[in-house]
Structures are given as C-alpha cells and as structure tokens.
Design a protein around this ligand. Structure first.
Ligand code: NAD
Ligand code: DAU
Length: 332
C-alpha cells in the first residue's frame, strides 16, 4: 500500500494506527477526521509532513470523500461515534455517521475501484452468558444491543452488500475492547486511571461482573494492517487476544498498580441494556494470516498505559471535567 486514507485517524485507535503505519511501513497516510469531541489533535502531533496529512472533514460529505478516495490506494475506515453510553443519550449521530458515513465511503470506493478495510466491533454479536463455553466466531448471528452496536451492525451489512452486489474489494474486522495510549477519558480504563490521578474513586457500573475481552491497541492495529495486506476481499476476521476480565478485576488491578487499596472504588448506576460478556475466537485470523498478539500480559500492558496517562496529563486534562460532569448528571 503506497497511500492510505484513514478515516477517524484523530481518534483513539485510528491515531495509534497512523503511528503504527508510519513506524512500521513505507506507506503515506491521509487522515480524514471531523474532529468531534472524541478527536485529539495532540495524538497526531509531530508526524513527518512528507508522509502525513490531516484533512478536517466529514465522512458524510460525499464530494470530499470522493475527491480523497480518488487519489488513494486503500481506505481504512475507523471513523465512527464509538461510545455506548452516548448512544443511549443521543443516538442520532450514531445513525448518520456510522451508517450513512459508511454508505458514503462505500459509494466512493465502488466508483474508484479502491480497496477498503472496514473496522468494526465484536458488539455486533450481542453478548454471551458468563458460563457460556462458546466465543464469537465469524458465523455467530448478529444480535446487537445498543444504538451504537446496532449502527455498527448496519454498517457491516452495508459493506457485505456492496461486496456481493457491486464487487467492492472490502474486508471487515470485528475486534474486542481496546486499551492503550490516546484513549478518550470517557472510556472505562482511562476514566478510572485519571480518576485515581485526581484522587477520585473509580466508578464501577452495577455489580461489575460484566466481562470484556481486552486487547492492546497496537495488537489490533497490527491485525488491521495484516488483513489489509494479506486478507481476502469479502472475508470477515475477528480480532481478539484472549484477554477476558470482568470490570471489577480491572478496577482492582488499576488500583493496585497505582498504589491504592483495591477496594477503594464505588458502585454506580448500571448502563441500560448492559452487555454481559464479550469473548472472541480469533482462530481464523491466526491460522489463515499468521497474526499473533504481542501484548499477552494484561498487567504489563495496563502498567504501561497507566504510565502514559501519568506522563501525558496535558493530552487528557482538557476533556476530564466535562466528561465527569456528564457522568455525574446520570449518577455514574
Ligand atoms: P474514537 O471515538 O476514539 O474515534 C473516532 C474518531 O472518528 C474521532 O476522531 C472522531 O472525530 C471521528 N469521527 C466521528 N464522526 C466522524 C465523521 N462524521 N466524519 C469524520 N470523522 C468522524 O473511536 P475508537 O475507539 O478509536 O474506535 C475507532 C473504530 O474502531 C470505530 O469504528 C469503532 O467502532 C471501532 N472499534 C473500537 C473498539 C474499542 O475498543 N474502542 C473496539 C472494536 C472496534
Ligand atoms: O467491544 C468493543 C467495544 O468496546 C467498542 O466497539 C466500543 O467502541 C468501545 O467503547 C468498547 O465498548 P464498551 O461499552 O465495552 O466500553 P466502555 O469503555 O464504555 O466500558 C467497558 C466496560 O466498563 C463496560 O462493561 C461498562 C463498564 N464501565 C464503563 C465506564 C465508563 C464501568 O463499569 N464504569 C465506567 O465508568
């Protein structure tokens, strides 16, 4: 891939992808990002000008998307409204960005014959019981629970339809929960780390037994690159690193690593429709494309992430009080 268009490249995973590509390949990158509340320009600071460009714009702007797609070799589509809690408060931008925005990208790659990788989530499959021996596989039935996950499910279906009906060369990946640097403080792990830094007790939704399958963002992004390079158009790949932990365990580990008593957290109001458990079977990605995660020790990965938030307060501080004020209004 010589030139990539990365949508949503100023957000958490997209910005880490841009760094990963510039560090590990020869490709050049154009980011298309609307710079919503979730974007952070600091995530893209000091990148080499001859290989990197930021275009501020909306994936729903068909003329702009067409112009950018026309001069790229491949599109990696991260842009989305991504936070479940926000989708419960106000679903509208989730519908327009995640569904109409993906449609706009699909029409452009179809017109110009450009390769697409669509970045999606394991949440499209709904949730599993705590004691269910099954994990999500590429043939698991779609069963989304929240407006966010329903909008991502719809976007996946559009990609599949454009592959089948119009021969668009697209792959899809459905990944589990990411952690690592440059994640917005509204999300679970950065929220708790920055709360502890601020002397505020971490907040656990409900009983805290919900399980998420954690993967380091660099492992996710390495998998996305592997699929882009070696994946088969039309195929779906599940990305996961066997990182199941319940939320209480994660909070206790954050507290321990930050030198606090492990019971120094509060239970707060639960999320409506809160998915119980996600778990990914990534056998297909590992066996067919040879991908393996590098961050296999969650404790180590979390420790490095905590250090990143301690060392980059100027990156997250501007968002912290407004984010907490929004949670406080909901009793969370
Ligand atoms: P994020 O919210 O941190 O970043 C999203 C980015 O998209 C932001 O920079 C935002 O400004 C941009 N954006 C939003 N609406 C836009 C629009 N209309 N036009 C252009 N840009 C727009 O999200 P993230 O956590 O980095 O997630 C990126 C992608 O990965 C999403 O598609 C998400 O569904 C998927 N995903 C996330 C996770 C996770 O754990 N965070 C796991 C699996 C899949
Ligand atoms: O599984 C992939 C998905 O992971 C992505 O598609 C989403 O974009 C991403 O946001 C993430 O969704 P979750 O809803 O699982 O992530 P979140 O960080 O919001 O919450 C993780 C878990 O922690 C969830 O069970 C809710 C709980 N939680 C969250 C917050 C913010 C708490 O207990 N306390 C909190 O303060």
């Amino acid at each position: 891939m010589r030139s990539l268009l990365v949508t949503g490249g100023a957000g958490f995973i997209g910005s880490n992808f841009v760094h990963w590509v510039l560090d590990n390949t020869d490709a050049s990158v154009t980011v298309l990002d609307a710079m919503t509340y979730a974007a952070n320009e600091g995530s893209l600071a000091d990148l080499p000008e001859h290989r990197f460009q930021l275009v501020r714009g909306d994936i729903r702007d068909a003329a702009l998307v067409d112009e950018l797609v026309a001069r790229t070799d491949a599109v990696v589509h991260f842009a989305a409204e991504s936070h479940n809690d926000n989708s419960l408060e106000g679903p509208e931008p989730f519908i327009t960005t995640n569904i109409v925005g993906t449609y706009t990208i699909l029409q452009a790659v179809r017109r110009h014959g450009v390769r697409l990788h669509h970045v999606s989530t394991d949440e499209v499959y709904g949730d599993l019981d705590l004691d269910d021996p099954e994990r999500f596989t590429p043939t698991t039935r779609y069963n989304p629970s929240s407006p966010y996950s329903a909008s991502k499910a719809a976007s996946d279906m559009l990609v599949r339809a454009w592959v089948r009906s119009f021969g668009v060369e697209a792959t899809i990946s459905n990944c589990s929960n990411n952690y690592g640097p440059r994640q917005h403080v509204e999300k679970f792990i950065p929220r708790q780390i920055t709360n502890v830094i601020d002397g505020v007790r971490p907040k656990l939704y409900g009983a805290g037994l919900n399980v998420r399958d954690w993967i380091h963002v660099d492992d996710h992004n390495c998998a996305v690159w592997t699929i882009l390079e070696f994946g088969t158009p039309g195929e779906t790949y599940l990305i996961g690193a066997d990182g199941e932990k319940n939320n209480q365990e994660v909070i206790e580990l954050i507290l321990e690593l930050m030198g606090q008593p492990t019971d120094a957290y509060d239970h707060v109001a639960d999320r409506a429709g809160h998915d119980l458990r996600y778990a990914i079977d990534s056998t297909k990605l590992r066996q067919e494309l040879g991908w393996e995660p590098r961050y296999t020790d969650f404790r180590d990965g979390l420790e490095v992430t905590i250090r990143w938030y301690r060392d980059h307060e100027s990156w997250w501080r501007p968002q912290k009080s407004a984010t907490e004020a929004k949670y406080a209004r909901k009793g969370q």
